[in-house]
Design a protein. Structure first.
Length: 267
Protein backbone atom coordinates (compact mmCIF):
# COMPACT_ATOMS: atom_id res chain seq x y z
CA UNK A 1 0.00 0.00 0.00
CA UNK A 2 2.84 2.40 -0.70
CA UNK A 3 1.66 5.88 -1.64
CA UNK A 4 3.76 5.81 -4.80
CA UNK A 5 1.70 2.86 -6.07
CA UNK A 6 -1.64 3.61 -4.45
CA UNK A 7 -2.03 7.00 -6.13
CA UNK A 8 -0.09 6.28 -9.32
CA UNK A 9 -1.48 6.98 -12.79
CA UNK A 10 1.82 6.33 -14.54
CA UNK A 11 1.44 4.84 -18.03
CA UNK A 12 -2.35 5.13 -17.94
CA UNK A 13 -4.07 6.37 -21.10
CA UNK A 14 -6.47 9.24 -20.44
CA UNK A 15 -8.83 11.30 -22.62
CA UNK A 16 -9.71 14.74 -21.27
CA UNK A 17 -12.36 16.72 -23.10
CA UNK A 18 -11.98 20.46 -22.85
CA UNK A 19 -8.48 19.66 -21.63
CA UNK A 20 -6.73 22.61 -23.25
CA UNK A 21 -8.11 25.43 -21.10
CA UNK A 22 -9.39 26.26 -17.63
CA UNK A 23 -10.17 23.41 -15.27
CA UNK A 24 -9.51 20.88 -18.04
CA UNK A 25 -5.99 22.25 -18.53
CA UNK A 26 -5.37 21.95 -14.78
CA UNK A 27 -6.46 18.32 -14.85
CA UNK A 28 -4.37 17.61 -17.96
CA UNK A 29 -1.24 18.92 -16.29
CA UNK A 30 -1.84 16.80 -13.21
CA UNK A 31 -1.98 13.61 -15.27
CA UNK A 32 0.94 14.47 -17.56
CA UNK A 33 3.17 15.46 -14.63
CA UNK A 34 2.46 12.07 -13.08
CA UNK A 35 3.32 9.93 -16.05
CA UNK A 36 0.03 9.42 -17.91
CA UNK A 37 -0.48 9.62 -21.65
CA UNK A 38 -3.15 12.26 -22.07
CA UNK A 39 -5.23 12.92 -25.17
CA UNK A 40 -6.58 16.47 -25.09
CA UNK A 41 -9.74 17.22 -27.05
CA UNK A 42 -11.76 20.38 -27.68
CA UNK A 43 -13.10 22.15 -30.74
CA UNK A 44 -10.18 24.66 -30.62
CA UNK A 45 -7.47 22.72 -32.46
CA UNK A 46 -4.86 25.45 -31.97
CA UNK A 47 -5.49 25.51 -28.22
CA UNK A 48 -5.13 21.71 -28.09
CA UNK A 49 -1.75 21.88 -29.84
CA UNK A 50 -0.53 24.75 -27.66
CA UNK A 51 -1.54 22.99 -24.45
CA UNK A 52 0.16 19.77 -25.53
CA UNK A 53 3.37 21.60 -26.45
CA UNK A 54 3.40 23.31 -23.05
CA UNK A 55 2.64 20.11 -21.16
CA UNK A 56 5.25 18.07 -23.03
CA UNK A 57 7.80 20.75 -22.24
CA UNK A 58 6.91 20.49 -18.55
CA UNK A 59 6.95 16.69 -18.69
CA UNK A 60 10.46 16.57 -20.16
CA UNK A 61 11.85 17.86 -16.86
CA UNK A 62 9.50 15.90 -14.57
CA UNK A 63 10.48 12.72 -12.73
CA UNK A 64 7.49 10.78 -14.11
CA UNK A 65 7.46 11.64 -17.79
CA UNK A 66 3.96 11.70 -19.23
CA UNK A 67 2.85 12.77 -22.66
CA UNK A 68 0.13 15.01 -24.09
CA UNK A 69 -1.39 14.39 -27.54
CA UNK A 70 -3.85 16.76 -29.29
CA UNK A 71 -7.05 15.17 -30.58
CA UNK A 72 -9.38 18.07 -31.41
CA UNK A 73 -13.11 17.61 -32.04
CA UNK A 74 -16.31 19.62 -31.75
CA UNK A 75 -17.95 17.53 -29.06
CA UNK A 76 -21.36 19.14 -29.53
CA UNK A 77 -21.62 17.23 -32.83
CA UNK A 78 -22.57 13.56 -32.95
CA UNK A 79 -20.50 12.96 -36.09
CA UNK A 80 -17.47 14.60 -34.46
CA UNK A 81 -17.82 12.40 -31.38
CA UNK A 82 -17.94 9.34 -33.61
CA UNK A 83 -14.87 10.54 -35.52
CA UNK A 84 -12.97 11.18 -32.30
CA UNK A 85 -13.73 7.70 -31.01
CA UNK A 86 -12.64 6.14 -34.32
CA UNK A 87 -9.35 8.06 -34.28
CA UNK A 88 -8.61 7.19 -30.67
CA UNK A 89 -9.42 3.53 -31.32
CA UNK A 90 -6.82 3.49 -34.10
CA UNK A 91 -4.21 4.93 -31.74
CA UNK A 92 -4.93 3.03 -28.52
CA UNK A 93 -6.19 -0.49 -27.75
CA UNK A 94 -7.49 0.63 -24.34
CA UNK A 95 -8.49 3.72 -22.37
CA UNK A 96 -7.95 3.80 -18.61
CA UNK A 97 -9.80 7.03 -17.85
CA UNK A 98 -12.25 9.35 -19.58
CA UNK A 99 -12.61 12.83 -18.09
CA UNK A 100 -15.80 14.48 -19.36
CA UNK A 101 -14.96 18.14 -18.82
CA UNK A 102 -16.12 19.97 -21.96
CA UNK A 103 -18.99 22.30 -21.27
CA UNK A 104 -20.50 25.72 -21.73
CA UNK A 105 -22.56 28.17 -19.74
CA UNK A 106 -25.12 30.83 -20.60
CA UNK A 107 -26.32 33.60 -18.32
CA UNK A 108 -29.27 35.80 -19.17
CA UNK A 109 -32.28 37.19 -17.35
CA UNK A 110 -35.31 34.94 -16.88
CA UNK A 111 -37.50 37.06 -19.17
CA UNK A 112 -34.92 37.05 -21.96
CA UNK A 113 -33.46 33.55 -21.54
CA UNK A 114 -33.39 32.06 -25.08
CA UNK A 115 -34.50 28.64 -26.20
CA UNK A 116 -31.22 28.14 -28.05
CA UNK A 117 -29.35 28.25 -24.73
CA UNK A 118 -31.15 25.08 -23.67
CA UNK A 119 -30.36 23.33 -26.93
CA UNK A 120 -26.67 24.23 -26.79
CA UNK A 121 -26.05 23.45 -23.13
CA UNK A 122 -28.14 20.30 -22.79
CA UNK A 123 -26.46 18.92 -25.91
CA UNK A 124 -22.85 19.64 -24.92
CA UNK A 125 -23.05 19.42 -21.14
CA UNK A 126 -25.23 16.33 -20.93
CA UNK A 127 -26.26 14.50 -24.09
CA UNK A 128 -22.79 14.27 -25.64
CA UNK A 129 -21.32 13.14 -22.34
CA UNK A 130 -23.54 10.09 -22.64
CA UNK A 131 -22.74 9.64 -26.33
CA UNK A 132 -18.98 9.83 -25.85
CA UNK A 133 -18.99 7.54 -22.83
CA UNK A 134 -21.24 5.07 -24.65
CA UNK A 135 -18.99 4.92 -27.71
CA UNK A 136 -15.78 4.67 -25.67
CA UNK A 137 -17.05 1.86 -23.44
CA UNK A 138 -15.26 -0.91 -25.40
CA UNK A 139 -11.89 0.84 -24.90
CA UNK A 140 -12.65 1.35 -21.21
CA UNK A 141 -13.61 -2.31 -20.79
CA UNK A 142 -10.33 -3.31 -22.45
CA UNK A 143 -8.36 -1.32 -19.84
CA UNK A 144 -10.21 -2.66 -16.81
CA UNK A 145 -8.84 -5.25 -14.41
CA UNK A 146 -10.51 -6.63 -11.26
CA UNK A 147 -8.09 -4.69 -9.03
CA UNK A 148 -8.00 -1.52 -11.10
CA UNK A 149 -11.20 -0.66 -13.00
CA UNK A 150 -11.41 1.87 -15.80
CA UNK A 151 -12.75 5.27 -14.77
CA UNK A 152 -15.18 7.85 -16.07
CA UNK A 153 -14.97 11.18 -14.25
CA UNK A 154 -17.50 13.92 -15.00
CA UNK A 155 -16.79 17.56 -14.19
CA UNK A 156 -20.05 18.86 -12.78
CA UNK A 157 -20.80 21.90 -10.65
CA UNK A 158 -22.12 22.89 -7.26
CA UNK A 159 -24.74 24.78 -9.29
CA UNK A 160 -26.18 21.35 -10.02
CA UNK A 161 -26.66 20.88 -6.26
CA UNK A 162 -27.70 24.34 -5.05
CA UNK A 163 -29.68 27.08 -6.77
CA UNK A 164 -27.15 29.60 -8.13
CA UNK A 165 -27.59 33.32 -7.62
CA UNK A 166 -26.84 33.99 -11.29
CA UNK A 167 -29.49 33.44 -14.02
CA UNK A 168 -27.80 30.38 -15.56
CA UNK A 169 -30.91 28.21 -15.85
CA UNK A 170 -29.78 25.79 -18.55
CA UNK A 171 -26.32 25.42 -17.03
CA UNK A 172 -27.50 24.48 -13.54
CA UNK A 173 -30.14 22.12 -14.94
CA UNK A 174 -27.61 20.43 -17.25
CA UNK A 175 -25.15 19.92 -14.39
CA UNK A 176 -27.84 18.48 -12.12
CA UNK A 177 -28.68 16.11 -14.96
CA UNK A 178 -25.01 15.24 -15.36
CA UNK A 179 -24.71 14.33 -11.68
CA UNK A 180 -27.62 11.92 -11.96
CA UNK A 181 -26.43 10.55 -15.29
CA UNK A 182 -23.16 9.69 -13.57
CA UNK A 183 -25.01 7.70 -10.91
CA UNK A 184 -27.02 5.89 -13.58
CA UNK A 185 -23.80 5.09 -15.46
CA UNK A 186 -22.21 3.82 -12.24
CA UNK A 187 -24.89 1.13 -12.02
CA UNK A 188 -24.74 0.32 -15.73
CA UNK A 189 -20.96 0.28 -16.12
CA UNK A 190 -19.89 -1.07 -12.73
CA UNK A 191 -20.47 -4.70 -13.79
CA UNK A 192 -18.30 -4.00 -16.85
CA UNK A 193 -15.40 -2.90 -14.63
CA UNK A 194 -15.85 0.85 -15.07
CA UNK A 195 -16.56 3.38 -12.34
CA UNK A 196 -18.46 6.63 -12.87
CA UNK A 197 -18.03 9.60 -10.53
CA UNK A 198 -18.60 13.35 -10.56
CA UNK A 199 -16.70 16.37 -9.30
CA UNK A 200 -19.15 19.10 -8.33
CA UNK A 201 -16.76 22.01 -8.73
CA UNK A 202 -17.06 25.42 -7.14
CA UNK A 203 -15.25 28.51 -8.44
CA UNK A 204 -11.88 27.95 -10.11
CA UNK A 205 -9.80 30.43 -12.12
CA UNK A 206 -10.97 29.77 -15.67
CA UNK A 207 -12.20 31.61 -18.76
CA UNK A 208 -15.77 30.65 -17.89
CA UNK A 209 -15.41 32.25 -14.45
CA UNK A 210 -13.12 35.14 -15.42
CA UNK A 211 -15.77 37.88 -15.58
CA UNK A 212 -17.52 36.75 -12.40
CA UNK A 213 -14.25 36.54 -10.47
CA UNK A 214 -13.19 39.95 -11.72
CA UNK A 215 -16.42 41.56 -10.55
CA UNK A 216 -17.15 39.50 -7.44
CA UNK A 217 -13.90 37.70 -6.58
CA UNK A 218 -13.57 39.11 -3.06
CA UNK A 219 -17.23 38.42 -2.31
CA UNK A 220 -16.93 34.83 -3.56
CA UNK A 221 -13.83 34.21 -1.46
CA UNK A 222 -15.43 35.80 1.59
CA UNK A 223 -18.48 33.56 1.30
CA UNK A 224 -16.37 30.40 1.27
CA UNK A 225 -15.57 28.64 4.59
CA UNK A 226 -12.02 28.16 3.28
CA UNK A 227 -11.71 31.82 2.29
CA UNK A 228 -10.48 31.15 -1.23
CA UNK A 229 -11.32 29.72 -4.65
CA UNK A 230 -10.01 26.46 -6.06
CA UNK A 231 -6.48 25.88 -7.30
CA UNK A 232 -5.08 23.59 -10.01
CA UNK A 233 -3.79 21.26 -7.31
CA UNK A 234 -7.30 20.88 -5.88
CA UNK A 235 -9.00 19.68 -9.04
CA UNK A 236 -6.03 17.74 -10.43
CA UNK A 237 -5.57 16.02 -7.07
CA UNK A 238 -9.21 14.95 -6.90
CA UNK A 239 -9.01 13.48 -10.42
CA UNK A 240 -5.74 11.71 -9.69
CA UNK A 241 -7.32 10.10 -6.63
CA UNK A 242 -10.39 8.93 -8.54
CA UNK A 243 -8.26 7.61 -11.43
CA UNK A 244 -5.68 5.80 -9.26
CA UNK A 245 -5.88 2.51 -7.39
CA UNK A 246 -6.78 4.52 -4.28
CA UNK A 247 -10.11 5.46 -5.87
CA UNK A 248 -10.88 2.09 -7.39
CA UNK A 249 -13.82 1.34 -5.07
CA UNK A 250 -15.47 4.76 -5.41
CA UNK A 251 -18.45 4.47 -7.75
CA UNK A 252 -21.49 6.70 -8.21
CA UNK A 253 -20.14 9.43 -5.93
CA UNK A 254 -20.53 13.17 -6.32
CA UNK A 255 -17.52 14.82 -4.71
CA UNK A 256 -18.12 18.48 -3.89
CA UNK A 257 -14.92 20.35 -4.68
CA UNK A 258 -15.72 23.84 -3.43
CA UNK A 259 -14.28 24.40 0.04
CA UNK A 260 -17.73 23.92 1.52
CA UNK A 261 -19.44 26.92 -0.09
CA UNK A 262 -22.46 24.83 -1.17
CA UNK A 263 -23.25 24.36 2.53
CA UNK A 264 -23.72 28.06 3.20
CA UNK A 265 -27.28 29.32 3.62
CA UNK A 266 -28.35 32.48 1.78
CA UNK A 267 -30.95 33.33 4.42
Amino acid sequence: MEVSNLFSVKDKVVLITGGAKGVGRMISEGFVRNGAKVYISSRDAAACRTACDELNSISSSAASKGKAVPLPADLSSLSEVTRLVAELTKLEPKLHALINNSGATWGESYDEYPDKAWTKLLTLNLQRVFTLTQQLTPLLVAASTPADPARVIHVGSIDGIRVPSLPTFAYSASKAGLHHLSRHLAVELGPKGITSNTLACGPFPSKMMAHTLKELGDVIKGANPMGRIGTPEDVAGACLFLASRAGGYVNGATLTLDGGVHLMSKI
